[in-house]
Design a protein. Structure first.
Length: 143
């Protein structure tokens, strides 16, 4: 028996490896748990409603890939990856990068708003000091 396989055959072997039922069940349980946690956080107002669709979509995506038997293999094949585990890690990295970018945009917007508010407060304080100085000088009789 000669162990010489070309890359296409090797990829085919990697993609045809049997799926683990345990890992599918674990992924389903984790996705349901994540969905319950997200909904509880929203209900207790610890997570704003605007973030809910992103987390629910991630949870539904994990559940869909876990429930549909060949879904992860199909995604792996379409992405050109060799193993389903590398696809999971790649998709996780893409998701985390998108979340980080989203938070960076929100943080930039917030810091601009904070800077503008601080400048506005400084101007208002200056006006208040100026007005209170005029009031004090108007009440004092000239000497």
């Amino acid at each position: 028996m000669h162990a010489s396989l070309d890359l296409a055959e090797l990829r085919s072997v990697m993609l045809s490896a049997p799926e683990s039922t345990t890992s599918r069940i674990l992924a389903i349980i984790l996705s349901i748990t994540l969905l319950v946690i997200v909904l509880r956080l929203v209900r207790h107002r610890r997570l704003r409603e605007e973030y809910t669709p992103v987390w629910v979509a991630a949870t539904v995506g994990i559940a869909a890939i876990s429930i549909v038997p060949g879904a992860l293999r199909l995604v792996t094949y379409l992405l050109g990856a060799w193993t389903p585990s590398s696809t999971v890690f790649f998709l996780g990295l893409v998701f985390l990068t998108a979340i980080c970018l989203n938070y960076a945009v929100r943080l930039s917007r917030s810091s601009t708003q904070i800077k503008n508010l601080a400048q506005e407060i400084a101007l208002l304080r200056s006006e208040v000091r100026e007005q209170s100085g005029r009031c004090v000088s108007a009440e004092d009789p000239p000497r």
